[in-house]
Design a binder for this molecule. Sequence first.
Ligand code: BES
Ligand code: ZN
Length: 592
Amino acid sequence: MARIDPHSHFDDAQPRTRSWNLRLRVDFERRVLAGTAELRVAAPAGGPLDLDTKGLRIEKVTALDGGADVPFDLAPEAPILGRRLRLTLPPGTAGVAIRYETSPDATGLQWLSPAQTEGKVHPFLFSQCQAIHARTLVPCQDCAVARVTYDAEITVPAPLGAVMSAGPAGEAEAGPGWRTLRFRMPQPIPSYLLALAVGDLAGRDLSPRSRVWAEPATVERAAWEFADTEALVKTAEALFGRYEWDRFDMLVLPPSFPYGGMENPRMTFLTPTLLAGDRSLVDVVAHELAHSWTGNLVTNSTAEHFWLNEGWTVFAERRILRALRGDVAASIAWAVGQKDLDDSLERFRDQPELTRLRTHLEGVDPDDVFSSIPYEKGARFLVALERAVGEERFGRFIEAYMKGFRFQSISTEAFCAFVEKELPGALARIGADAWLDQPGMPADAPRFVSERLEALTALAQGWKDGKRPVAAEVATWHPTELLVYLQRLPELTVADCTWLDGQLGLTARGNHEILVQWLCLAAAAGYEAVFPRIREVLARVGRMKYVRPLYQALGKTGPGRKLAREIFAAAAPTYHALTRRVAEGVMEKYPA
Ligand code: BES
Ligand code: ZN
């Protein structure tokens, strides 16, 4: 018996599941999914089959062939992993049907009341399975190496619609007051890419292969913001090869969605905070799109190799950006990433082992150690490799890598072996061991410079010497330039904040990157004029990237801490479980 993933009961010596057939009813009253999951194995088999479950109520398990009862045993709850469901398959079993239901507090689902939606009339449900929450939706081998195709029949209240990380496959008969929507994902995906959302949904076509979905009140804004999606797809195809997933559709979720985006295949999920009204935040779309190659085609085998997924994707995202908007824009994006990287290095100052690319996560919840390290350090490692061998050779390497590992889930070791074969000596030349297995950043890490970036930096760093931005000029900057400027300002006083806000109208901004960066600076300075705006943002927005620094910044002053506790007490019931945990974690570190 061999467990190969510290976050799964998956046993490599047992049969592998190859396809799922889900038939689930979405019960908004009880906040559960209830129905049957049929799991087929690669070849008829007998003996034990261990599945991951968390919070699931298992009612009955039968064999697909013949319908005989399959004995099962639900082990006690293990920390992080949940309960192992051990089935004992009769010899020659091709698959099983598991009747079950989810728990109302499944961590992979958020059930929203109508008040938490834009339309205020209908409830909403969305899933977020990465990293290890698929087991709270479906009993499964919740592990990236066990890829599956899936079919689903999802029954929802008749006025609502549903989308999945799959193609639509028509509707089936349902009882009065209900609709049953069919879906099909014909390509093998890891369990963390299972996705479902249910609500009052409207769609707008952006191109023949791309549509954006959102609540009706949001969909026009979303269609405008993401109008250039086809250009992103074409650019990515030119860089990384044919888009393999047929359609690239997107869903804009209600604001409690805890991430910026999630690369659910065929249906990327996005936070509505991207709807800045200026098309400046589409780098998140480029990022999720890039996962169609780096991640969804070539996946990391376990969370310990997460950098292979996100590092590659940040690399790819900035490549797309450079192709579309040039070197200067790319240098600014790398600078924003450098700030995220520095913040994460600081956050893990006392746990430096978490700043390696290759990590050890036995007994560690991947959600607790999520940071920008695998993203930004990983991407810089790939740039170091690229600079060592030249862009042209690295381009051919990327092509071979995508071809060689498509639809596979690989480890850092497999990656290194492949690099050694294709680019002999390159790993040694850049000191890859230090990148992969040492904490922090190597001293010779790639730098990204441009005159524009230097000018912005000099202006920000000159603040104490009286250098000030001119409002009319700032109005001509790209929003990401303003972001970099704000990030590079020194600690401000209340008088500084008053002046800046008066000149640049920062508190009223709708671009959440700029807004949140500003609110953090202002909160840290004790500029209480922004408190109502902070309260408004933290009551509405669940994106962890914003929630964490805002609560941190409030922690720097007494009145800020009081406000944070007040906001949290009121907003916690409406937060996603992940968001709640992040906010609690920050506030636990507040001085008493
Ligand atoms: N796959 C991630 C989101 C994720 C990671 C969810 C780990 C759960 C566990 C997604 O592709 C992502 O990285 N989103 C970023 C986008 C940014 C880097 C452009 C985000 O949410 O901010
Ligand atoms: Zn990503």
